[in-house]
Write a protein that binds this ligand. Structure first.
Ligand code: ADP
Ligand code: ADP
Ligand code: MG
Length: 499
């Protein structure tokens, strides 16, 4: 076992901060890296030491493996945590880290490699009894044959890039006439986005729900799962709202999915924190999609319902410690919901809307957790993922977590950029979400930009809250209230607005 004393976090923003916070709790010194665009970022200030690794574009900074390893040598770092995105699922990087005599806080390069290819992953788990979406087991070489397979499976089908990720490299084909065009596009997209044109076919599951299982494995062969997260509210095949537990799983299905997820991890000798993703159909059949070999964006909901700090476990595992948590001892307590706050305009197709955070006031209070990476006045760079924050609420029941989320969203004040917050509030209030009867088509089925106007009351409440906060800060309301007269901030505000 090697005790980690100094950890470099090869990432930026909220996840860099999130990892460093745990490191600090564990008495581990932290090193931040940053690009020229992130000079003033909170993660840079939070770290014990920080090193600029290059200009703004990630290819010239956060993805510079050799520069990052060099920093480790110079500063006597003994381990690297990659966060998510960037180098986190890069097997070559994990290998370089190992060869440099450093600890990679994550799985082995071999496991990353296997699971980095969706087809490789399916092949690796073939020896286990894991339900799979009907489709082609190999990359498509012969189009005619692929077309026949597609006809057998039945349309609609999904053409997927084996190397795909982040919701990219997927194409739905509704009928046979569209097959050839779909293939052409899928292959060229796969080549341009991932440098690998391997594509395969999956049946397009109707009414699909995305349910994933968190796993933890140590370097001694122990693997456990920490239940599920449901991430069915998506735009562009990418998650915006997540929760744990799922509103629909029965204890029996949960146990089966958990067993499958542990087997998937076992199939690649997995250690560290990982996520096994499944798609669930309207009959509650589940199918293995892929494994993500890293800490997931939405990991906090699992932390809330299990009370386990996943980053702390990742660090222990990287040090070679055996897992101390036993499967039987784990239980779900309460319910957690997360919304991703992106600088995107939900009224304009969720297009990125980067700019400066003129107002940035965080929600607080019981059951609210905010993982963010910005401060008021900061500019959101165009070079990276436009996520500002993850807002997580935790309650005794799903209902309570949702109510807290609505309250927290109303407290959260952001001006200067459009964000996904109004959309997330819309989700929280929607009958389909409230009842748990929804799937990945939520956005396309229920959402139009006009819906946001209908929540005008919410905006009003938020503005009133903003004014209230302002008045609190600047002292008492300067109105002419007579002694004993109750002046609510909201009525004051209405007065001003009307007057
Ligand atoms: P998660 O699967 O953790 O919930 P996302 O699905 O939003 O998160 O993104 C998955 C991962 O892919 C994240 O680590 C994200 O940084 C990364 N990512 C985002 N865009 C792309 C892309 N175009 N290609 C590859 N990976 C991406
Ligand atoms: P990525 O690597 O981009 O995360 P995934 O295979 O995990 O790719 O799929 C991302 C999302 O695409 C899923 O969460 C789901 O919404 C949708 N999806 C993937 N496969 C299917 C399928 N066979 N049927 C229906 N939807 C799917
Ligand atoms: Mg996925």
């Amino acid at each position: 076992m090697t005790k980690i004393r100094k950890l470099l976090v090869a990432n930026r923003g909220e996840i860099a901060l999130r990892v460093m916070r745990t490191a600090r709790e564990m008495g581990i010194r932290t090193v931040a890296i940053y690009s020229e665009a992130d000079r003033l970022s909170p993660h840079v200030r939070y770290a014990d030491e920080a090193v600029c690794v290059g200009p703004a574009p990630s290819a010239e900074s956060y993805l510079k493996a050799d520069v990052i390893i060099d920093v480790c040598r110079k500063l006597n770092v003994d381990a690297i945590h990659p966060g998510y995105g960037f180098l986190s699922e890069n097997a070559a990087f994990a290998r370089l880290v190992r060869e440099a005599g450093l600890i990679f806080v994550g799985p082995s390069p071999e496991a990353i490699e296997i699971m980095g290819s969706k087809l490789g992953a399916k092949a690796a788990v073939a020896a286990y009894n894991i339900p799979m979406v009907p489709g082609t087991p190999d990359a498509i070489m012969d189009r005619g044959e692929a077309k026949r397979t597609a006809a057998q499976i039945g349309y609609p089908i999904l053409i997927k890039a084996s190397a795909g990720g982040g919701g990219k490299g997927m194409r739905i084909v509704e009928r046979e006439e569209e097959f050839d065009e779909g293939m052409d596009r899928a292959v060229s997209e796969a080549i341009s986005a991932f440098g690998d044109g391997s594509v395969f076919i999956e049946k397009y599951v109707t009414s699909p729900r995305h349910v994933e299982i968190q796993v933890l494995g140590d370097q001694h062969g122990n693997i456990i799962h920490l239940f599920e997260r449901e991430c069915s509210v998506q735009r562009r095949h990418q998650k915006v709202v997540e929760e744990a537990p799922s509103a629909i799983l029965t204890p029996q299905i949960r146990a089966e999915m958990g067993r499958c997820a542990v087997d998937v991890a076992r199939a690649c000798g997995y250690y560290g924190a990982g996520t096994v993703e499944f798609i669930v159909d309207d009959q509650l059949n589940f199918y293995f999609l892929e494994m993500n070999t890293r800490l997931q964006v939405e990991h906090p909901v699992t932390e809330q319902i299990t009370g386990i700090d996943l980053v702390k476990q990742m660090i222990y595992i990287a040090e070679g410690k055996p897992l101390e948590i036993r499967q039987e001892a784990l239980e779900i307590k309460g319910h957690a919901v997360e919304v991703r706050v992106y600088a995107e305009d939900p009224a304009n197709n969720f297009l990125p809307d980067v700019g400066t955070l003129h107002t940035y006031v965080r929600p607080q209070g019981n059951g609210v957790r905010l993982d963010d990476g910005f401060e008021e006045g900061m500019t959101i760079p165009i070079f990276y993922d436009p996520m500002i924050a993850k807002l997580i609420t935790y309650g005794a029941t799903r209902e309570e977590a949702i109510e807290k989320m609505i309250r927290a969203i109303d407290e959260y004040q952001i001006s200067g950029v459009q964000t996904t917050l109004p959309f997330c509030r819309f989700v929280m209030e929607h009958e389909a979400f409230r009842s748990g009867q929804f799937d990945t088509h939520f956005v396309q089925r229920y959402f139009t930009p006009e819906m946001l106007q209908q929540t005008g009351d919410a905006t009003e409440t938020r503005l009133a809250a903003a004014l209230a906060a302002y008045l609190l800060e600047t002292g008492k309301p300067k109105g002419k209230a007579a002694a004993g007269e109750v002046v609510t901030q909201k009525s004051k505000w209405r007065e001003r607005r009307l007057g």
